[in-house]
Design a binder for this molecule. Sequence first.
Ligand SMILES: C[S@@+](CC[C@H](N)C(=O)[O-])C[C@H]1O[C@@H](n2cnc3c(N)ncnc32)[C@H](O)[C@@H]1O
Length: 428
Amino acid sequence: MNDRLEHPTEEGLSDLIRWKTDAWQDPHMVSWYSGRMVVSESTNSLKNALEVGAIRRFASGRDVVDIGVGTGRAALPLVADGYRVTGIDSSQAMLDETRRLAAGAPIALKVGDLAALPCEDNAFDCAVALNVLVHFPNWRESLLEWKRVVRAGGRMVFDIHSLDHVHAAYGSDESRWPAALERTQTKGDFTHYMSRVSVDELVEFANGAGLTIVAAEPYGAFLGGGNVNWLSYAELDATHRWKRLLSWFARDQALFDLGNFLEDAIVRHLTPRVTGRMFVVLDNRPDREANARFAASVAARDAAIDRRDFAALLPWLPHTREQYAARIESLLKPLRNRRFFFGLFKTLMTRMPGFDLRGVVADEVLEQYIAWLEHEQIDERATRIARGWAEGAPFRIKDGIDVTIGAEYDLVKALLQNHFGIFDGGRQ
Ligand SMILES: C[S@@+](CC[C@H](N)C(=O)[O-])C[C@H]1O[C@@H](n2cnc3c(N)ncnc32)[C@H](O)[C@@H]1O
């Protein structure tokens, strides 16, 4: 299955590209998408804030083309910022929705294909594409076409999935990948397909195309859904408990603020190894030395992460250790925030045991987390023992009914009370 993707046939790839393009012609799809992006649900509002924030930070010049403009999520804020914006999309229904949402604001909109833009050469200072290349395997050809319409010295900004991230999480042997990840590679599974790029591939492409890499900025460390963080997938995303916690992002401003701070003040300064998704910024000028420096800087940051000490990351971060400590202390006051951060802490300790957060996260919080971790481990072991006690027992099923159901709770309680003295009714 993966061979087909590694060496996809022309025909298979064009089927995928056609499917991805046609999916957005349906007006129902357009209204669903438009609503989804404005109604705050689960982590959508954080995703939107991070993505639009990155586009605004990286956009440059005066004339901007938004490729796959959709409902104008990137284009309309850029219009508000004073750029002269042209939106291109293969779906007239999407363009109609952008025109409606623009409410009279000036924006040029044209039907066109991202791999054959209806635009003159050198027409723009900047090309942006939000949530578009993630769907397409032909990212190299698309970028060369975008480069054609961007002036010398101009810029391209887009998001795409990170191959270095999935390799860090599960290695390059795809037979060891969990099914949820494996299906994103399968070009036959059009709905779940995700286009992934490594830093090495970016450097090679940029050198060949005469482009300079300005950034490959990770984001979406815990957005869930189509933005799975594969490093924490088993511990977090694959569990219902975590999904329930993420659903609070839409309702709880304090939780949103914590997520936003972690993304803005830490995650985006790290490397494409840490998240499933990244923003890539390419300037339209050749500079192989700058690209080599960029690759070296990614390698140095990866090495700093491997030192398992927050202090080793400080040279790349925007705040001092004291500033992080003060902000994190105030953000961890609400109990739900503390529980959310515990999920991240637990994953970090599983992936990188001993990661040193002292001086950044208060000692009293770390002590509480270590106690919670121990309790969880004991609880899991006790539950495993209790669940196994009646396995295969002849009396277990009587008249078609499992008579052991419920006994588990009492057994776990007895085990925890008698051997560890810590049972508290599960309300820890
Ligand atoms: C996930 S939406 C993203 C829309 C918008 N950029 C955003 O972030 O909200 C993908 C968009 O790409 C457009 N699209 C799909 N295939 C395309 C193609 N071959 N050429 C141009 N646009 C395409 C779709 O119509 C849709 O509007």
